[in-house]
Design a protein around this ligand. Structure first.
Ligand code: AMP
Length: 216
């Protein structure tokens, strides 16, 4: 089974993906994490990506697509992909379609998280994440128990694009470029709508229910 997890920035896509990957033996492909890993490498490409991400725009398709193909082409990941943050515009839908055919991957199930703007701002303001294991926490809503983390919280950071100006721009980018992607997939029979305003475990239970139904 392959899954596309949709939602505005701060909807909890990464958090939810994190919670279900083990149970369903999935591999999380977060385009944002792939790009942030490039930034951490401090390469020229990483530096260019950093400027774009911090401005709240989308990184160009050819950069993201290349990083994505590396993951989709890996045989170990066949039919166990959960996409988080991809596709984000109409041309990425096309590219993904071609890649799925090229690497003999199943048509993905679409899970779309819908969250109010006010809640998004609250979530993004408190978000911290581990640059090593990519786990996501929230200072107010889901604080990390540092002693339980393998790294004892040594790699916990706030994302540079999680500031109020960039959040506003990222949300606009989402409305302009990514909402049409949802409209496209809505016509799909595998589209599932989820109220992402609820608590983390309520949302993950709903997602679990959908996936268990499909694997029965
Ligand atoms: P995310 O971690 O999904 O919130 O993404 C953080 C930032 O990475 C976005 O605001 C974009 O600048 C960039 N990004 C992530 N995914 C994509 C994508 N599929 N296409 C273009 N840019 C992306």
């Amino acid at each position: 089974m392959n899954i596309i997890l949709f939602g505005p920035p701060g909807a909890g896509k990464g958090t939810q993906a994190n919670l279900i990957i083990k149970e369903f033996n999935l591999v999380q492909i977060s385009s944002g994490d792939l790009l942030r890993d490039e930034i951490l490498k401090k390469t020229n490409l990483g530096k260019k990506i950093e400027v774009i991400i911090n401005s709240g725009d989308l990184v160009s398709d050819h950069i993201v697509n290349e990083l994505l193909e590396e993951k989709i082409s890996d045989k170990r990941n066949q039919n166990r992909l959960i996409f988080d943050g991809y596709p984000r515009n109409l041309s990425q839908i096309k590219f993904l379609k071609q890649l799925l055919i090229k690497y003999n991957q199943k048509i993905p199930i679409i899970i779309s998280l819908h969250v109010d703007k006010k809640i998004i701002e609250k979530r993004i303001k408190g978000r911290i994440y581990c640059t090593k294991c990519k786990k996501i926490f929230n200072k107010y809503l889901n604080p990390p128990n540092k002693m339980k983390l393998e790294c004892k919280g040594k790699y916990l950071e706030k994302r540079l694009d999680d500031n109020i100006d960039t959040i506003v721009k990222r949300y606009d980018t989402y409305v302009q470029l990514t909402k049409p992607v949802i409209e496209y997939y809505k016509k799909n029979s595998t589209f599932h709508y989820i109220d992402g305003n609820k608590k983390i475990d309520e949302i993950s239970n709903e997602i679990r229910g959908i996936l268990l139904n499909l694997t029965d």
